[in-house]
Design a protein around this ligand. Structure first.
Ligand SMILES: [Zn+2]
Length: 117
């Protein structure tokens, strides 16, 4: 059993979005990603289930969240890459983001790539 507070701790507080030349922008993950819903209050979001998948390349955590404003359910999918090919990594470059955040609807349909965490 995982309680709600533990689930909340699994969710990064924000994701980073790349803005081409303007760098990165932070967006809060404390919001409902369903269409036609503007809920951005964490108090109206209730994480209730977690699924984890793992293979040798990446770890995927899916957090199911119920929105108390629109009554819908969406899923935050956190994809963490376990290893980055070091041979292709340039030390001069900015550190590579290791995690991707996606939003899915209740049926698992992709609502879009949100950003990096
Ligand atoms: Zn909502």
């Amino acid at each position: 059993m995982t309680n709600k507070e533990e689930l909340r701790d699994e969710i990064p507080s924000y994701a980073l979005i790349s803005l081409a030349r303007r760098g990165m922008e932070k967006i809060s993950l404390d919001q409902c990603f369903l269409k036609n819903c503007d809920n951005d209050s964490s108090e109206l979001l209730e994480p209730f289930k977690k699924e984890e998948f793992e293979d040798d390349k990446k770890k995927i955590t899916k957090i199911h969240i119920k929105c108390k404003k629109c009554g819908g359910i969406f899923i935050l999918k956190l994809e963490t890459l376990k290893s980055v090919a070091k041979s292709t990594m340039n030390i001069e470059e900015e550190p590579l983001s290791m995690g991707l955040v996606f939003a899915l609807d209740e049926e698992g349909n992709n609502l879009g790539h949100i950003g990096y965490f």
